[in-house]
Write a protein that binds this ligand. Sequence first.
Ligand code: KG4
Ligand code: ZN
Length: 330
Amino acid sequence: MRVLGIESSCDEFAAAVVERGRRVLSNVVASQIDLHARYGGVVPEVASRAHLRAAIPVVDQALREAGGGWHGIDAVAATYGPGLAGSLLVGLNVAKSLAFGRGLPFLGVNHLEGHIYANWLEDGSGRGDPEQPALCLVVSGGHTDLIHMQDHGRYHRLGRTRDDAAGEAFDKVARLLGLGFPGGPVIERVAAGVAVPDFELPRAWLRGTDDFSFSGLKTAVLHLTRDAAPPPREQIAAAFQTSVVDVLAEKTARAARSAGVRQVLLAGGVASNSALRREITARSPVPVRFPPPRYCTDNAVMIAGCAYFHLARGERSPLSLDVQPNLKFA
Ligand code: KG4
Ligand code: ZN
């Protein structure tokens, strides 16, 4: 079964074709980073308008690169939440129209579940499917969730952030340091030049829960930057990243131990951070998997992949499905 997937929840319009939820036949992402960078963040109206212009060419390219155009496409899937309403609207309605026009089954996908399914995509290493039950750490611009995945479609959320998401903290700290947008990749790059930071920033352990908090850390960085003689920004970036990674890795390893899972799966844009991948792998009691970086940040491959597992169980969404900007997961 080949699924055409569409993702448009934020500032990327993406389309992809994936076979059996694992083999990537095409992967097209139209990024708007240049459009939003001068505002220091995503402007919803600008994103929605850019999606409208990108939609049909991106879908056409994904079909062309997969080979055979519409021939061989068995279903259409799109993200319906969570995300920006105006952004979601474009991708969801394009997907529903295409499914209707072609007489194909349609499925709406939860963006966060999509991120997790990036771990099922073949990465060329021949490693096979992840093992379940698994503990999933979903770390993106909008979410920081620890999710116990018993089986396909069976999730239980163990913890979440109480304030800023991990990616949001990277973005805000990068802004404070004048490093630009998006913050994650640039902080990782700047911090890479510092072996061990000269000082420590706070860590919110929140004992007795699997929840997270990053707003105190962000405030600590703000105070540092206002110092009469602030430390060099690569030092601040490194201390910040070390603090985020320490908390994420320690709490994930602890939760994996007490939940008795067989694997840890990383997902979401922040999962492309190599310090995070390294620390979790070092501390986890069970094997850790993470998608290649291009499948960690927003893409449509993960949406098509996730949709396959629902479609294979006979699930379909009605064409009346609407966007749900605050769609919950687990
Ligand atoms: O999953 P994603 O592409 O979009 C959302 O669903 O939010 O995640 C985007 C977030 C941004 O906050 C970005 O700064 C962060 O992921 N990010 C990173 C890295 N690459 C992207 N954070 C830390 N290190 C990275 N290398
Ligand atoms: Zn995302």
